[in-house]
Ligand binder design. Structure first.
Ligand code: FES
Length: 198
């Protein structure tokens, strides 16, 4: 193993531990919150558990990824560059569901070439569709490996492209799920609520 490989694996491990710690923290918070939630009326309880989440994206730089929580689930928001968008057609023949035909994995308005409302912004759940690990971003270009950037799952090696589309020959059966969302403004996304149309 050369130094670059060792460094990349080390970074991936550190990143995975950070995500695992964050998710553990969320689970812990859920237990703490339970007595409070149980005391609420049913409608207020439902809102507290499933309320939409507003995310300000105005300061997101091209190529930058942020992670937010919605209903205790990790959601990735990636501001894709023009170059990233151009790479979405690089590996179509190697993808299991390039045209988003598995209808449960995205709202109808995201069943398009970029799996998004606005091509620049990818919004996907950060939960591998194999056993639910958090995939890790890997945006480097490696043409010799047919890799144009995307997400790698550290648990059993599933791979997803820059639209969250799963590659063939990996354990994950489907693309990363796109949650319901809409743009409140150009710089503000609401996750968990949409109008049913892009
Ligand atoms: S949980 Fe992602 S590959 Fe198994």
């Amino acid at each position: 193993m050369n130094e670059d490989d060792a460094d990349r694996i080390d970074r991936n491990r550190r990143h995975f531990l950070t995500v695992a710690t964050a998710v553990t923290g969320v689970v812990g918070a859920g237990f703490v919150a339970y007595p409070f939630l149980a005391s609420l009326q049913p409608s207020a309880r439902a809102q507290a558990l499933g309320a939409p989440v507003e995310v300000a994206i105005g300061s997101l730089e091209p190529g930058e990824l942020i992670r937010v929580l919605w209903r205790g689930r990790l959601v990735f928001i990636l501001r894709r560059t023009e170059a990233m968008l151009g790479r979405l057609s690089d590996n179509l023949e190697n993808l299991r569901d390039p045209d988003s035909e598995v209808v449960d994995q995205q709202p109808q308005y995201a069943a398009n070439d970029t799996r998004s409302v606005k091509p620049e912004f990818l919004v996907v759940e950060g939960s591998c569709t194999h056993l639910g690990c958090a995939p890790i971003e890997d945006f480097d270009l490696r043409p010799s490996e047919n890799w144009s950037g995307g997400f790698n799952c550290p648990c059993h090696g599933s791979k997803f492209d820059l639209a969250g589309r799963v590659f063939k020959g990996v354990p994950a059966p489907t693309n990363l799920r796109v949650p319901p969302y809409r743009f409140v403004r150009d710089d503000l996304i609401l996750i968990g609520q949409d109008t049913g149309a892009a």
